[in-house]
Ligand binder design. Structure first.
Ligand code: MG
Length: 239
């Protein structure tokens, strides 16, 4: 029989084979892993090329250190020069080992998908704050399912499946959807995002480009990042 929605029979031998991708390797505390073979690498620890100041496009003011970059407080958010929409995104981060401040003031940064939709980065190890602003929260909208934080100073990973919103002219056709894992633990599953994340106000969509930069937040804390890459989800890409 023919499979509904396709032109192939069940177990059809003429159906195209999946594309071959060589998997990457896991990171260790001391070294970043290798991305999958078809990943677009945004940061491999060797230089800040590919990143600019999100505010004015000038050189990124963050510090490049031994295989990672660190937010230089006051230098501002940074943006990838690469622009993309729907994707599988991998980001590793570490909050400062020296614990300072509390609540939103401890190891705060953020991963802004398309520069607009923040997955919160925060040191929430033994550090309560408002739930929709905890580590992995879709900021101001949805708390994560669980708190899967490692200790301050330890490398942590986000694996994010992002389906970009779709607009027709000024109209929203379909909202963004996101799945997030922190350290391999599910935080959000195919969650419908309400719009660009905001502080103390409700979110709402406005039309924007189908491809935009990834932005990392300078929230005044020296949070570190390494091993950042994405794979475009071409089947979902609406650009
Ligand atoms: Mg933040």
């Amino acid at each position: 029989p023919v499979i509904p929605g396709s032109c192939y029979k069940v177990h059809d031998g003429t159906r195209p084979q999946p594309r071959v991708v060589t998997p990457g390797t896991e990171s260790s505390p001391g070294a970043a892993g290798v991305p999958p073979s078809d990943a677009v690498v945004l940061f491999d620890g060797s230089c800040l090329c590919g990143w600019v100041s999100a505010g004015d496009g000038s050189a990124a003011g963050w510090k490049l250190k031994d295989g990672y970059m660190e937010a230089a407080p006051g230098s501002g958010n940074i943006a990838s020069t690469e622009k993309f929409g729907s994707c599988q995104l991998h980001v590793e981060w570490a909050s400062p080992m020296l614990v300072k401040g509390d609540g939103q003031g401890r190891g705060n940064s953020g991963v802004f998908l398309m520069g607009l939709y923040e997955i919160q980065v925060l040191d929430c190890y033994d550090n309560p704050t408002y739930a929709d602003g905890t580590t992995g929260g879709i900021y101001g909208q949805y708390p994560p399912l669980v708190n899967a934080c490692r200790k301050p100073g330890e490398w942590q990973s986000y694996d994010i499946i992002w389906v970009a919103p779709l607009f027709a002219g000024d109209k929203l056709v379909s909202p963004a959807r996101v799945t997030v894992l922190l350290n391999g633990v599910l935080l959000h599953h195919d969650k419908e995002v309400q719009g660009p994340t905001q502080h103390r106000i409700l979110a709402g969509y406005g039309p924007h480009d189908a491809k935009l930069p990834l932005v990392l937040q300078d929230h005044g804390d020296p949070v570190r990042f390494r091993n950042i890459w994405y794979r475009p989800l071409t089947d979902y890409d609406q650009g």
